[in-house]
Design a binder for this molecule. Structure first.
Ligand SMILES: [Zn+2]
Ligand SMILES: [Zn+2]
Length: 346
C-alpha cells in the first residue's frame, strides 16, 4: 500500500515537474535558438491619417496651399506635410481640425556639380521649418548627406524621394546615414507616364536596402500637384495626440503603416491594418476585411502567403533578417496596406 502511494506520488511529481519544466525554465530544455522580434508597431489611443509629400502654387502645384489642405480635410485626413520644392510653405491657414506639419522637397545632386537629370535626387523633409536650397558639390552622395544632416539638425525626418523614378535613383543608399524613410512608391510618377521602375523593381530596391542592414521605413505618397490627386496614399500613424511632436516621434519610430490603392485611374479604396502583435517568435496581424496576407523576408523573398483571411500569423525561424507584411483586400487586390519591417534576430 505504502509502495503504491509512493509510486503514485512519484508519478505526480514527475508529471508536475515535467509541466513545470516546460513552463518555468524553458532555457534548460530548449534546443532551438530563441528568436527576437523587433516590431515598431505600438498600439496607441488613435490612428491618425496623414498625407505626406504634395505641392502647392508655392512651387509647381496647380492649387494653393489652402485649397490642398481643404482637399485633404474633405477626404478625412488628420494631418498633412506640404512639401514644396526648395521652400517651406508655412504662411497659410490650414483647413479646420487638420494638423499642418511643415516640410519641403529638396533637390540635390549626387554626381558632382552637375545637378541635372540624371544624377539629380529629391529628398523629402518632414518637420523642417527653415528652407534648404538646392545643393551642389563635388563628391558622389556628399550633397545628399549634407541635406539629410540639415534636415536632422532641424529636428526633421528625411525620406529618399521616389527612387523608383529612373534618373532619380540613389546610387548608394547604404552609404547614406540619418535618413528615416524610403518613398517606395509614389502615386504621381506612373500617372505622369514618367519612366519609372516597375512596382516589383521599386520594392526590390527597398528590400535591398533593408537586406543591406538599414532600418528604414517605407512611405507611399501622393506627390499630388493638384486637389484632384489627393488621397491615393495614406500614412496611418499610431499616436496619442494630434501634435507635431507626437506624429513626428511615431513616424521616426516606424509606428505607422501605409495604405494604398493602385488602380489604373487611381482608386481611393485602400486596405487597412487593425493590429500587429508579436509574442516570442510569432507575429500576428489582424485586418478589418478579408485579405491576402503576404509575409516578405530578407531579399524580398515571399516567406508565406495566406488568402482570404482577417487574421494571420507567421512563426519566425530567426534567419529572416526582417519580415514585412503586405495586405491585399480580397474584394479589390489593388487596395493594399503595408506594414513596416519587423526585424528578426537570434
Ligand atoms: Zn520629386
Ligand atoms: Zn514632389
Amino acid at each position: 500500500m505504502i509502495k503504491k502511494v509512493a509510486a503514485t506520488i512519484a508519478l505526480i511529481l514527475v508529471v508536475s515537474l515535467s509541466i513545470a519544466g516546460c513552463t518555468v525554465s524553458p532555457s534548460t530544455t530548449r534546443e532551438t535558438p530563441i528568436v527576437h522580434l523587433h516590431s515598431s508597431w505600438v498600439q496607441k489611443s488613435y490612428v491618425y491619417e496623414g498625407g505626406i509629400h504634395f505641392h502647392s502654387t508655392n512651387s509647381d502645384g496647380a492649387n494653393t496651399s489652402e485649397q490642398m489642405s481643404a482637399a485633404y480635410r474633405a477626404e478625412g485626413f488628420n494631418f498633412t506635410v506640404l512639401t514644396d520644392h526648395q521652400v517651406v510653405t508655412s504662411n497659410y491657414t490650414p483647413a479646420p481640425s487638420i494638423l499642418a506639419i511643415s516640410g519641403g522637397e529638396i533637390t540635390t545632386c549626387e554626381h558632382g556639380n552637375n545637378c541635372t537629370f540624371p544624377g539629380q535626387v529629391h529628398i523629402i523633409a518632414v518637420g523642417i521649418t527653415q528652407p534648404i536650397g538646392e545643393k551642389s558639390g563635388s563628391t558622389v552622395s556628399q550633397n545628399t548627406q549634407v541635406v539629410i544632416n540639415n534636415i536632422m539638425n532641424q529636428g526633421g525626418l528625411a525620406a529618399l524621394a521616389h527612387p523608383a523614378l529612373l534618373g532619380y535613383i540613389y546610387t548608394n543608399p547604404l552609404g547614406l546615414q540619418n535618413y528615416t524613410f524610403v518613398e517606395t512608391q509614389n502615386y504621381t510618377i506612373p500617372r505622369m507616364n514618367l519612366t519609372a521602375l516597375t512596382n516589383a523593381q521599386a520594392w526590390q530596391y527597398y528590400d535591398d536596402i533593408l537586406t543591406g542592414g538599414k532600418q528604414v521605413w517605407a512611405l507611399r505618397d501622393d506627390d499630388a500637384h493638384g486637389t484632384t490627386l489627393v488621397n491615393r496614399s495614406a500614412t496611418m500613424v499610431n499616436a496619442d495626440h494630434l501634435t507635431n511632436a507626437d506624429i513626428l516621434a511615431n513616424l521616426k519610430e516606424g509606428n505607422y503603416y501605409v495604405a494604398a490603392g493602385f488602380g489604373s485611374t487611381g482608386t481611393r479604396d485602400m486596405a487597412r491594418i487593425s493590429s500587429i502583435a508579436t509574442n516570442n517568435d510569432t507575429i500576428t496581424i489582424k485586418v478589418p476585411q478579408k485579405s491576402t496576407i503576404q509575409w516578405i523576408k530578407s531579399g524580398g523573398v515571399i516567406a508565406k502567403t495566406t488568402a482570404n483571411v482577417t487574421t494571420d500569423f507567421y512563426i519566425a525561424q530567426g534567419n529572416e533578417g526582417y519580415v514585412r507584411i503586405v495586405v491585399s483586400r480580397s474584394d479589390n487586390l489593388v487596395a493594399q496596406a503595408w506594414s513596416q519591417p519587423i526585424f528578426v534576430t537570434l
